[in-house]
Unconditional design. Structure first.
Length: 86
C-alpha cells in the first residue's frame, strides 16, 4: 500500500470519546427500499450489513422526522419512537 494512505486505516477518536476503527466513512446514499410504512426492510438490513464491515463509520440514508415530511417512496421513517431505524 502507498504510505500516503496509511493514515486512512488508523483509528480515530472524536473529542467526545467515540472511537472509529479507521477513518473511512461510507457516505449516505439515497435508496428506496424501506417498507411502505417507513420501517427498515430486510433489503435495507442486507444492504448495510454488506457495506458495514470495512468502514469505520456508516452514515445511513435520510429519514423523515415528522409525519408529513416524507420526501419520497421508500424513505426511512424517524417521526416516532415506534419507527426507530435499525
Amino acid at each position: 500500500m502507498n504510505q500516503k494512505y496509511q493514515s486512512l486505516f488508523e483509528p480515530f477518536t472524536f473529542s467526545n470519546g467515540i472511537r472509529l476503527k479507521n477513518r473511512i466513512v461510507l457516505a449516505p446514499m439515497t435508496h428506496f427500499s424501506s417498507n411502505a410504512d417507513g420501517t427498515v426492510s430486510d433489503d435495507e438490513l442486507i444492504y448495510y450489513a454488506r457495506r458495514s464491515k470495512g468502514p469505520g463509520m456508516v452514515i445511513t440514508a435520510c429519514i423523515y422526522v415528522s409525519a408529513n415530511g416524507k420526501g419520497f417512496k421508500g424513505e426511512f421513517a424517524g417521526d416516532s419512537d415506534d419507527s426507530r431505524a435499525m
